[in-house]
Design a protein around this ligand. Structure first.
Ligand code: HEC
Length: 175
């Protein structure tokens, strides 16, 4: 009896240690939420910035150039305003943002901020910690470049820059 018990006991000990190691590895690689897997966090961040559409607004002229902008100029912000009932906002220079914020602060910012349209905060707030860290590492790897974008202009003031007016048209149609 004792002889057959011992190997089983050893098996359970190994199983428990194995599980403990597996769980601790899980905690190191993610917070249990989905995240992009790539050859490095910087590569994951590069992918996230493109597929997540961050360049569309945060890289000047990106949409007009069909995305053909040198990577060195990406995410330096855009002085093209977005005007709507909230006033006129400018997509920030994220190369300055990551220079000013620590990685932890950047993760917190992506999770908690809900400021102004058209920044899709409601989507970005749901990013996993791991992906937020990858984005930070990628943007930081591009280096500090460019200037701060203009301050937000209140709704009753005319902006001094070019802007895109976001105003629904023809709302009665189709009803
Ligand atoms: C449709 C345009 C648009 C898209 C797409 C967009 N942003 Fe923004 N973003 C803005 C605007 C406009 C602001 C400034 C208003 C504000 O801070 O709420 C902003 C602000 C930010 C800020 C705050 C920066 C600071 O220094 O205060 C961060 C961080 C940010 N965006 C990250 C992202 C990331 C990451 C993505 C892609 C996943 C993204 N944005 C996609 C328009 C956009």
């Amino acid at each position: 009896m004792i002889k057959s018990f011992k190997p089983r006991f050893t098996f359970y000990i190994i199983l428990i240690f194995g599980l403990a190691i597996f769980i601790s590895c899980q905690q190191k690689t993610g917070d249990g939420n989905p995240y992009v897997s790539a050859s490095s966090p910087i590569e994951a961040g590069r992918y996230l910035a493109i597929v997540g559409g961050c360049n569309d607004c945060h890289t000047n002229g990106y949409l007009q150039a069909n995305g053909n902008i040198p990577e060195g100029d990406m995410l330096t912000g855009s002085p093209m305003g977005w005007r709507g009932p909230w006033g006129t906002t400018y997509a920030s220079n994220l190369r300055i943002t990551v220079d000013m914020f620590s990685e932890d602060e950047f993760v917190e910012l992506l999770h908690d901020r809900t400021d102004s349209p058209p920044m899709p905060w409601m989507n970005v707030n749901k990013i996993s910690d791991t992906d937020a860290r990858s984005l930070y590492k990628y943007i930081k790897s591009l280096g500090l470049k460019g200037e701060a974008m203009p301050e937000m202009v209140p709704p009753d003031k005319e902006p001094e820059t070019p802007y895109i007016l976001i105003e629904p048209q023809n709302l009665g149609a189709g009803n």
